[in-house]
Design a protein around this ligand. Structure first.
Ligand SMILES: [Zn+2]
Length: 493
């Protein structure tokens, strides 16, 4: 336990001293109280769960309850000589060990030797080993010998955030308890009670926000309250500032943009977040959480968006560039931007609007039209659009199907890289363009219209084809950073 008195003072002051005061672990404390009251304590307990959920508090309460001279229905009285000694850290019979810093076999051997002696004045000699998973294999083996034949007066209480790292042989000798993350409303209630006791004016919205961001860890929530409560009043804005959270209006704006397939607006929000150095992962978490709230409040249309946001958050860890990855996902969800959104880099882009003909359907309405009339909505003056249109028309005369596959694409041409990006509903188009013969034809033709042309990449922002999305982000990122993969000698097939 490495608590800094200053930062955790609120947490320490409001640490539960009885089982009945422990928040959110009803099953665990009820079972332990019954065991104490019935005189049926085991010799080893394993308390597992995420940090900040009360494992150490429960271990200490159990240590007192086991030794209490006047226990009350399984609760320690906290007044008898034994309870007082333990509460003041003066008991020789309750030993707390930090597994992270005392992880070697020597410490455990010493513990075993000590444990063999009867307690100095208590019923039990209690060893609380925090972060027990940090012990070395040798130390675990030494511990196991004691666990296999425990002296009757010894009580081991192990706590861990990572029970899967504790050997099964050790776990099988313990009564194991899994601590749950504490529910948000329970945390908010504790925050309100503590604030009242401390004379802190805590806005209900601020309490809810702190509770939500502490992810089930009451300790984290109290640390935030401690920091902000110094000023006497805690507002929602103060929490937003301290935790670097996006304002709710921006989160809602982002969800509305995705729901309305407004890529421009969604991309603008991402650009704004990036410019201000906001954490995109945190923003996605907020957006997903907010989407959940809105779904519960009656907006089922947000369900697929919430799913996508959760997936996207999971993918960010391995993304080449977080911002690009998010931008690609927005395009996948909304379709290509229509212009007006800030671009990630000075690239030129043209969207060639057209119907999206199935490969078997008649040629797309490109043939025969003069170039300037070929694409309604396109800017005829844009050299990229002109070149792309000219290329499609040339293909139309030679291979109609390939032109059809390409016609719904948005294209980018920067630093010699031509990126052909197909919208989400064009999976078949994409698959067809992956065919090496088709691909070779596209590259050869593109060289006639785009100069310099070092590489052609085809990306599809759609469906469950996640690798393509990542690939697209990577290609785009490489293009933006000028690191273009040159094609091999056979590139001009
Ligand atoms: Zn007592």
């Amino acid at each position: 336990m490495t608590e800094q008195a200053d930062r955790l003072s609120l947490y320490r002051r409001f640490r539960p001293q009885r089982f009945g005061e422990v928040v959110g672990q009803d099953l665990v404390v009820a079972t332990l109280r019954r065991a104490v009251a019935g005189g049926k304590l085991g010799h080893a307990y394993l308390l597992s769960g995420q940090r900040g959920v009360g494992k150490t508090s429960v271990a200490r309460i159990l240590a007192r309850a086991a030794n209490c001279l006047a226990p009350e229905a399984g609760e320690p009285c906290n007044r008898c000589a034994s309870c007082q000694r333990i509460l003041h850290g003066l008991s020789l019979d309750v030993v707390e060990i930090d597994g992270a810093s005392n992880r070697g076999v020597d410490q455990i051997r010493r513990l075993r030797e000590e444990a063999a002696y009867v307690p100095a004045g208590s019923r039990y000699k209690v060893y609380i080993i925090d972060e027990v998973h940090m012990l070395t294999g040798e130390a675990f083996n030494a511990l196991l010998k004691t666990l296999e034949e425990p002296p009757p007066h010894v009580l081991f209480i192990f706590a861990t955030t990572e029970p899967h790292k504790v050997p099964a042989t050790v776990i099988s000798r313990c009564q194991a308890f899994e601590f749950q993350p504490i529910a948000e409303d329970a945390i908010a209630r504790v925050l309100a009670a503590v604030a009242q006791a401390e004379g802190i004016v805590l806005a209900p919205a601020a309490a809810e926000l702190i509770a939500r961001r502490s992810r089930g860890a009451l300790r984290d929530a109290l640390v935030v309250l401690d920091q902000l409560g110094q000023a006497g009043a805690v507002t929602e804005e103060a929490v937003v500032d301290l935790l670097g959270l996006p304002p709710l209006s921006q989160v809602d704006g982002f969800l509305d943009a995705l729901a309305g397939r407004d890529a421009d607006r969604a991309l603008a929000i991402v650009a704004d977040l990036s410019t201000r150095g906001r954490d995109l992962a945190l923003f996605l978490e907020e957006a997903a959480t907010r989407a959940r709230d809105r779904i519960i409040a009656g907006e089922p249309g947000l369900i697929p968006i919430a799913r996508s946001l959760i997936d996207l958050r999971g993918e960010l860890g391995r993304a080449f560039s977080r911002r690009l990855h998010v931008e690609m996902a927005i395009v996948a969800l909304c379709g290509p931007p229509q212009g007006g959104a800030p671009r990630p880099a000075p690239t030129r882009e043209a969207n060639v609007p057209s119907s999206t003909p199935a490969p078997s359907s008649p040629p797309p309405p490109l043939g025969g039209d003069p170039p300037e009339a070929a694409a309604p909505g396109a800017t005829p003056a844009d050299p990229l659009t002109e070149a792309w249109q000219a290329m499609l028309e040339s293909m139309l005369a030679e291979r109609i199907a390939v032109a059809a596959f390409l016609s719904p694409a948005a294209v980018t041409w920067a630093d010699g890289l031509l990126t052909i990006r197909l919208p989400p509903d064009c999976g078949y188009h994409y698959e067809s363009l992956l065919d090496p013969a088709v691909r070779g034809y596209v590259e050869t033709t593109a060289r006639k219209f785009f100069n310099p042309l070092l590489a052609v990449e085809v990306a599809w922002a759609g469906g469950n084809h996640r690798p393509t999305l990542e690939e697209g982000a990577r290609i785009l990122a490489e293009a933006l950073e000028g690191r273009i993969l040159r094609e091999g000698d056979d590139g001009s097939r």
